[in-house]
Design a protein around this ligand. Structure first.
Ligand SMILES: [Zn+2]
Length: 73
């Protein structure tokens, strides 16, 4: 994936999310989440289930210092 700011190639990695599915929620929907559940108001983030648990796939640009996550579609 190319960085949207500097257009250099981003490094693929992940953000650990323990056993909570990776998701984005708007500020006005703050709530605690039960494990293994998506909130009904969430945007699902592309994630992987591995031997080390569930994690969100993320891309990092070291030049700009940004991390990007993709929505599941
Ligand atoms: Zn960049």
């Amino acid at each position: 994936m190319k960085c949207p700011y500097c257009e250099r190639e981003m490094q693929k990695g992940y953000i650990p999310t323990d056993n909570i599915p990776a998701q984005w929620l708007p500020n006005e929907k703050r709530q605690s989440l039960f494990k293994l559940k998506y909130s009904k108001d969430c945007k699902k983030i592309v994630s992987e289930n591995t031997a080390f648990g569930m994690h969100a796939i993320a891309y990092y640009c070291g030049d700009c210092g940004i991390v990007l996550l993709n929505e599941e579609r």
